[in-house]
Design a protein around this ligand. Structure first.
Ligand SMILES: Cc1cc2nc3c(=O)[nH]c(=O)nc-3n(C[C@H](O)[C@H](O)[C@H](O)COP(=O)(O)O)c2cc1C
Length: 229
């Protein structure tokens, strides 16, 4: 009986210590916000009816846009044209030196800044803020960038290509951005939209707006929209 009382007392003491420790332990630091889940885009159309020749003949830089928003299908089609995958191995619409795929692609709309995920044909939210006015300021005040309903930004990570091609990599990445950009410009024409390739911007500011790491170089900014009447 005496032993049992002693055992109960010890148990009670352990529980009290445990409870007091739990009370005095500061709450754990807040866990970092989980990365937003990807938002799937409508499947791309791979059987358009406008011929390549007509698309080439009609392409012209467009810098004034109507305020009409683009549909999710149009946004997805433009992103796919730039960097979408076209086979089971993950090869893309644009060629890439050694299939090293150094490009990243961002879409800026009124809803926020999104990164394109080629393998999933989806968007991941990077920033829930309309950054187009900021991006326009970073592009030396170009109104086409601030006012377009959709602005695509192509960046490049040279290290991905340098692993195989060394000092040739920077050239290759710039060339590749040109391939992707031309795909967007032609796709815009085929969709009845207008676009302009913009190379004049402050690299550091654009990187900040995208929340991109230091090794990701902004290469091209492409405002897209319905041409102003
Ligand atoms: C590398 C490069 C950078 C460019 N940068 C800009 C730019 O910052 N702003 C702009 O309005 N247009 C820019 N353009 C578009 C050219 O001004 C345009 O292509 C040229 O005037 C020919 O007109 P087109 O595109 O209608 O054929 C750029 C084009 C290239 C190829």
């Amino acid at each position: 009986m005496h032993r049992m009382r002693a055992a109960i007392a010890v148990l009670a003491t352990i529980i009290l210590i445990a409870v007091s420790q739990v009370r005095s332990t500061p709450p754990p630091p807040a866990a970092p916000a989980p990365a937003s889940s990807p938002v799937a885009l409508p499947s791309p159309n791979v059987a358009g009816t406008t011929s390549l020749e007509e698309t080439l003949a009609r392409r012209r830089s467009v810098r004034s846009f109507s305020p009409r928003q683009l549909t999710a299908g149009e946004v997805g089609q433009l992103l796919w044209a730039a960097q979408g995958t076209t086979d089971e191995q993950g090869h893309r619409t644009a060629p890439s030196a050694g299939a090293s795929y150094p490009l990243e692609l961002y879409a800026l709309t009124a809803a926020g800044v999104f990164r394109y995920l080629p393998a999933d044909h989806a968007l991941r939210l990077v920033r829930a803020a309309d950054a187009r006015p900021e991006l326009g300021a970073a592009a030396l005040g170009q109104e086409s960038v601030a006012s377009a309903p959709l602005v695509l930004v192509i960046t490049g990570v040279v290290a991905r290509t340098a692993a195989r091609y060394g000092s040739r990599a920077e050239r290759y990445v710039w060339l590749e951005a040109g391939h992707a950009a031309q795909n967007v410009l032609l796709q815009a024409v085929a969709l009845g939209l207008g676009a302009v390739p913009v190379g004049a911007f402050d690299d550091g500011r654009v990187r900040e707006i995208l929340g991109a790491p230091a090794d990701e170089a902004p290469l091209y900014v492409i405002p897209v929209g319905h041409p102003a009447p």
